[in-house]
Structure formats: structure tokens, C-alpha cells
Write a protein that binds this ligand. Structure first.
Ligand code: SF4
Ligand code: SF4
Length: 420
């Protein structure tokens, strides 16, 4: 906190300050509130509200010239809010439901069937047109709008062997939302890794990595998830642990700090974290082997906050896309501002999240690109939902892995450019 010199360089990159122009909803203002707390000011509902409003996007961390570690500050503050702040009943119930569902891939997978039926029968359109859900339960309406169009894909086997000479053995994390709602992204990820010479191992029975919990002040829960994942991945020898979801990647890389005080796990967690790589990171590190076929398409690449700000991975995905013949990458204006997804922030704060989503959708459409590419399931759902809401020009969406996969397999570009 003492490192903050109140210069305000972080303000323009903060989505909540951009929305409301309110000092206490800026990084500088929140640090001021944290300092007040240290000086003995009791945690009021107003203070907790300003902390809850933070998306945890970490744009302020990269914008800050003084090296303020706002990420650490907000994580510790949220843990205190969870311990000491009594939320209203409705809010408590919503949070309980959210955290009983999202970090559990099996529970999410159970939802696939009913969701598929809900979408196929036209009931979803009917509910959307009536506007009733939005008035009665805004968070449920947000979830309804975010739900992706489900696709059936064959189950990816537990081991996908390297094509040609083996260059590395990688363990792949399948994620909660990613495995339940975007299995096609995981399948594409495994194929791309194998094509570039990796033996891909997918340990069965994977649980949550704890990202959602740790980013929301539920540290003990996150530590439990982390321990289980470490146990599981230690059962097989592998050079790297690869993840294709930005939010999960940033928390996996912090396992060393998360379990630093656990004598049984501290060292193992640090070893685990040192082997974690985002998909784009490992592919650039190893260098391409498989031939990239042309994909004549204009792409707008959206930096997921937990990839760009939390992990500093900006160049690698662009480098990978630039390696595809005939593919053109166009920049998105105000790229540093979050799309409003931020884990479950868009479910807990549906109205401002929709406003941020609308701004991002407008910036994406302004590029004139026909395909939006990003590396986080939350961003894919958030921007797709905003584009659907606008209803003017359709834009297709894909994960970086799907674009690389299509190029390596020589698929027609139309396979990628079906609108969201
Ligand atoms: S957090 Fe950094 S950029 Fe923001 S006011 Fe403080 S010193 Fe300046
Ligand atoms: S993490 Fe994002 S929303 Fe929170 S203060 Fe920093 S820039 Fe603002």
C-alpha cells in the first residue's frame, strides 16, 4: 500500500472507474480504503461494496509505474471481506449457489442435457423476448444470456500421442467451464500440442484448480482444490502442465504462494507451478513443427485479462496467429479494458457487466474482423452474449487453439466463421 504514490496512472485502465468515474471504485481509491481498514476503520457495507465492485482484472497492475501489487492487496482484502462482512441474505444465497456449481465440472456437465433441450425447443428465445427473467432474477438472466451454444464432440482420450518425433510430455488441464461447455476447445488443444510434437496426457478425475475461489477470497477452498490437483498430476511423469484457460493459468502459476505455509505441499506446489505453461506460451517455447495451412480470415484478437495482465502473455498468441498464412490480425481499441466477464463477476454484477460487454462488442465490430479470437472461456461467453444482444453484424468466435487446429488440419475457414 505504501508503494502507491497516488499518481492516478492506473485510473484510465480501470473498468469500474471508466464506467462510473467514482474515485472509490478506482484502484487508487480502493487502496485508500484498504489503508483506512489498516488504521482501524471498521469494514462497512459501503467499503465491502467498493471491493466487491472490483473485477480483479489486474489492468491496474500493468499500468502502475510504481510496481504496486494490487493483485495481492485485493486478494487479501477479499479474504477479509469474506471473513468479516455479513452480506444480505439474497446476496449470500446467490454466492452460495454460484460457488456450489461453477468449481465442479461434473455438476456443470449434468447441466448440458437440460441446457441443450432449453436451447433446442426455443424456450430460451421465448424467455429472452418476455424480459421477465431480467426483471425477476437479473443474475439468472445473465447466466441465461451467457450460456454458449452447445456442440457435441467425441470424448478426448486420456493420451494423445505426439505426431512424429516426441519433443515433450505434457499434462493437460481440462478446466471446469472449459470441459463442460467447450469440449471442442480441449480437443483442439490436444490435437495442436500433439501435432507440434507433444505427448499429451489428460489425467482423469480432474477437479477445479481453485481460480474462482482464490479470486473471490475463498482461500481455504482454493487450497483444497490445489492440493487435490497436485496429487493427481504427480501420479504421472510430465515435463509441463498445459492450460488453455487464462484465469486458471494465472492461479496455477501461483500455487507456490497459495500453499507456502503448508509444510507437506509448499515445495511440491512450487515445483508444480514452475512447470505450468499457457498453451500459447508452450507452443512458442517449443517452436512450430506442423505445417500451417492458409486461413483467409481477418481476426480481432482479444487479450484475456488473466493472460495479458496477470501472466504477461501478449506476444505469443499474436505470434502464433501471425504464423498462419493469409490470416490477418487487427487490433481492438481500448484493448486493456476488461470485457466484464471476470470469473463470476458478470453473474454477481449483471448490469455493469453487460455495459462493459457492450463496449467490448462495439470495439470488436469496429475492427471489421469476421472472427474474434481469445483464450478464455469466460471472455468467449461474455463477448458472444454482447454481440448476440446487439443483433446487427454477426461475428464468429474461437479459441486460439481452434484457429491453430483448423490451420494445421487444413480445414476450410468456414468451419471457424460460423457466427456466435
Ligand atoms: S496504484 Fe500505481 S498507478 Fe495507481 S495511483 Fe497508485 S502508484 Fe499510481
Ligand atoms: S483489478 Fe481491474 S477493476 Fe479492480 S481496481 Fe484494478 S483495474 Fe480496477
Amino acid at each position: 500500500m505504501a508503494d502507491c504514490v497516488h499518481c492516478g496512472f492506473c485510473l484510465p485502465s480501470c473498468p469500474t472507474y471508466t464506467l462510473w468515474g467514482e474515485e472509490m471504485d478506482s484502484p487508487r481509491g480502493r487502496i485508500h480504503l484498504m489503508a483506512q481498514g489498516l488504521e482501524g476503520e471498521p469494514l462497512s457495507a459501503r467499503m465491502a461494496g467498493h471491493f466487491d465492485n472490483c473485477l480483479g482484472c489486474m489492468a491496474c497492475v500493468t499500468a502502475c509505474p510504481s510496481g504496486v501489487r494490487y493483485d495481492r492487496l485485493i486478494e487479501d482484502t477479499r479474504a477479509q471481506v469474506e471473513r468479516r462482512h455479513d452480506r444480505p441474505l439474497r446476496e449470500r444465497a446467490l454466492r452460495r449457489a454460484v460457488f456450489a456449481l461453477f468449481p465442479y465440472p461434473r455438476r456443470l456437465r449434468v447441466l448440458r442435457g437440460p441446457l441443450h433441450a432449453y436451447q433446442r425447443t426455443g424456450l430460451q428465445k421465448l424467455v429472452g423476448r418476455s424480459g421477465l427473467l431480467r426483471r425477476v432474477a437479473p443474475s439468472l438472466a445473465a447466466l441465461d444470456g451467457l450460456a454458449p451454444r452447445l456442440r457435441s464432440v467425441p470424448r478426448t482420450p486420456g493420451r494423445v500421442p505426439a505426431r512424429g518425433q516426441r519433443r515433450a510430455v505434457v499434462g493437460m488441464l481440462t478446466g471446469c467451464v472449459q470441459s463442460a461447455f467447450f469440449p471442442e476447445v480441449n480437443a483442439a488443444t490436444a490435437r495442436v500440442l500433439a501435432a507440434d510434437g507433444c505427448d499429451v496426457l489428460i489425467p482423469p478425475g480432474q477437479g477445479c484448480c481453485g481460480a474462482l475461489s482464490v479470486h473471490n477470497g475463498r482461500r481455504a477452498e482454493a487450497q483444497g482444490f490445489a492440493r487435490r490437483l497436485i496429487d493427481l498430476f504427480e501420479m504421472t511423469a510430465m515435463d509441463y502442465i498445459v492450460i488453455n484457460a487464462a484465469g486458471c493459468g494465472s492461479s496455477l502459476k501461483e500455487y507456490g504462494e497459495l500453499l507456502a505455509d503448508d509444510p507437506e505441499y509448499a515445495e511440491r506446489a512450487a515445483r508444480f507451478a514452475a512447470r505450468v505453461r499457457d498453451l500459447a506460451e508452450i507452443l512458442v517455447e517449443l517452436g512450430p513443427v506442423a505445417r500451417r495451412h492458409p486461413l483467409p480470415v481477418t481476426v480481432a484478437y482479444h487479450d484475456a485479462c488473466h493472460l495479458a495482465h496477470a501472466q504477461g502473455i501478449r506476444a505469443q498468441p499474436r505470434q502464433l496467429l501471425a504464423g498462419i498464412p493469409e490470416l490477418e490480425v487487427r487490433p481492438i481499441a481500448d484493448a486493456d479494458i476488461c470485457c466484464g466477464s471476470a470469473g463470476v463477476w458478470n453473474v454477481l454484477n449483471p448490469e455493469p457487466a453487460a455495459e462493459l460487454g457492450d463496449r467490448k462488442a462495439a470495439a470488436v465490430l469496429d475492427t471489421g474482423a469476421s472472427l474474434l479470437v481469445t483464450a478464455n472461456p469466460g471472455c468467449l461467453m461474455q463477448v458472444a452474449s454482447a454481440i448476440r444482444r446487439r443483433g446487427d453484424r454477426p461475428v464468429a468466435l474461437a479459441h486460439t487453439a481452434q484457429v491453430l487446429d483448423a490451420s494445421i488440419r487444413g480445414l476450410p475457414v468456414e468451419r471457424l466463421t460460423r457466427p456466435a
